[in-house]
Every structure is written in structure tokens, then in C-alpha cells.
Design a protein around this ligand. Structure first.
Ligand SMILES: CC(C)(COP(=O)(O)OP(=O)(O)OC[C@H]1O[C@@H](n2cnc3c(N)ncnc32)[C@H](O)[C@@H]1OP(=O)(O)O)[C@@H](O)C(=O)NCCC(=O)NCCS
Length: 223
């Protein structure tokens, strides 16, 4: 989408199989349809904010609104980049990168999901690797964190493969029940040691002020 005022629409992150981009209205419709189609089996709840415990229509609408909300609420000192993940030209899921006071802390966190038919094929690892490249190589992060329920082998598997270290446990209430949440942390050395797939970034320099960074402060713009 062409926008003089929101250059994040021109940001692209690519891996051998995937393209990550801020979805325009057409892709947002596709993303909402993937969410409506289901992101986990009934009876499971992998998210600490249980947005997916809803009807297909509500899940799709919630996804649509969440994404637009991240744009509406964006501040250089507090942002969530919510990207559609495309595999062979089709939207398969969402990968977020979130930070508060990033220019000072150099720390960000991730969140993600894939439509059920797209899980278990390595896409989750590849899309997290893409956004880690954006964080560490593109934006100069020092740490990226993640959390996963201790009974979520898919998310924990992605973090293990990409070199995260355990960073403590938390107890959270989800839908009125206690759940154990594993915190995970990746530093630059761990990222470098585990980065495997080549990742390319374009369109980042003009977005620097939105991330709270001066344009000439970006470490690099490419893979
Ligand atoms: C979590 C998620 C993004 C992972 O993506 P994915 O494409 O399914 O994961 P990958 O195929 O890249 O797998 C990564 C590793 O975890 C392992 N793994 C994945 N799913 C697993 C499962 N259900 N049981 C055991 N191991 C699993 C894989 O085997 C792989 O390790 P390996 O290569 O050593 O075999 C995806 O499964 C998903 O969207 N789940 C539902 C929503 C969710 O849980 N979001 C995260 C909330 S914190």
C-alpha cells in the first residue's frame, strides 16, 4: 500500500520461503480469515491473553481490530509491529515484535501464531528468525525475549532452535485457571550462533524515526 505517512507499509522482511509485511486491507482480510479458520485445537489455550477463545467470526474480527489497533496506538517509545506472514504468496499467520523505550533499553519481545494447517513445517522457526534479524541486525537490539506456556512444545521448540536461554517462570491466570509461563531470552551472541536462514530487509531506513531511532543510527539494512 502506498502511504506517505506510514512507511512501515513498505518494510519487507524476506527468508527463503517467507515474506513478512504490514498487511494492507486486502492482506488483513486474509489474515483475519486464517485466524477464523483456527490457530490451535479446542481445549488448548496457548496465549496468556485468550483472544482465540471465541467464535470463528469473533477471532477474525479480533485479529482485524488488533492489527489496526497496533497502528493507531503506535508511539516511537511504545510500539508493536504486527506483520502478516506470507508463504508462497498466501497469508499463513502473524509475527509481532513489541518494545517499550527501545531506543534506551534495546530490548524487544515477540509473539506469533500460524493457522492450524500451516503448523509443524518449520514456518514458525523461519518467521521468528526473520523478525530476530530485523531486531538485532536491522534495529540494533541487544536482547529479544519471548514467553510460552510450559505445555506449548511448538513455541518452546522454536525458541530452543534459535538459541534462547530460560529466563524464569511466571504463574499467570488464564480463563480463571493458573498456568505456568516460561520466560525466554536471546542475546546478540546467541542470535549470531543460531541464525541459519538468510534474511533480507528492505524499506527500513525511512521507518527509523517510528522506532524511536535516528535514521543514521540503524546498524545496517540487509541480510
Ligand atoms: C508456536 C508456533 C508459531 C510454532 O510454529 P511451527 O511452524 O508449528 O513450529 P516449527 O515447525 O518451526 O517447529 C519448531 C520446533 O518445535 C517442534 N515442535 C513444533 N510443534 C511441536 C509439537 N506440537 N510437539 C512437539 N514438538 C513440536 C518441532 O519439531 C521443531 O523442532 P525440530 O525441528 O527440532 O523438530 C505454531 O505452532 C503456532 O502458531 N501454534 C499455535 C499458537 C501458539 O502457540 N503461539 C505461540 C504462543 S506463545
Amino acid at each position: 500500500m502506498e502511504s506517505h505517512f506510514w512507511p512501515l507499509y513498505r518494510l519487507r522482511i524476506t527468508t527463503p520461503r517467507l515474506e513478512l509485511r504490514l498487511p494492507d486491507p486486502e492482506l488483513l482480510e486474509e489474515l483475519a480469515a486464517v485466524a477464523a479458520g483456527g490457530v490451535h485445537e479446542g481445549g488448548r489455550m496457548p496465549f496468556s491473553v485468550p483472544w482465540s477463545a471465541a467464535s470463528p467470526q469473533q477471532r477474525g474480527r479480533g485479529t482485524y481490530q488488533h492489527l489496526l489497533g497496533t497502528i493507531a496506538d503506535w508511539r516511537p517509545e511504545r510500539w508493536t509491529l504486527s506483520l502478516a506472514v506470507l508463504c508462497e504468496g498466501r497469508v499463513v499467520g502473524r509475527q509481532d515484535l513489541t518494545a517499550k523505550d527501545f531506543a534506551v533499553t534495546r530490548q524487544a519481545s515477540t509473539g506469533s501464531w500460524l493457522g492450524l494447517p500451516h503448523q509443524g513445517r518449520g514456518i514458525g522457526t523461519e518467521m521468528r528468525a526473520a523478525v530476530l534479524h530485523l531486531a538485532f541486525q536491522g534495529l540494533g537490539a541487544h536482547w529479544v525475549t519471548s514467553t510460552a506456556m510450559t505445555d506449548n512444545p511448538g513455541s518452546l521448540g522454536v525458541s530452543r532452535k534459535l538459541g534462547y536461554a530460560p529466563d524464569g517462570l511466571e504463574q499467570v491466570a488464564v480463563l480463571g485457571r493458573p498456568r505456568a509461563l516460561q520466560r525466554l531470552r536471546l542475546d546478540r551472541a546467541g542470535w549470531r550462533a543460531h541464525a541459519s536462514a538468510p534474511v533480507g530487509i528492505t524499506g527500513l531506513a525511512e521507518c527509523a524515526p517510528l522506532f524511536g531511532l535516528p535514521e543514521d543510527d540503524l546498524p545496517a539494512e540487509a541480510g
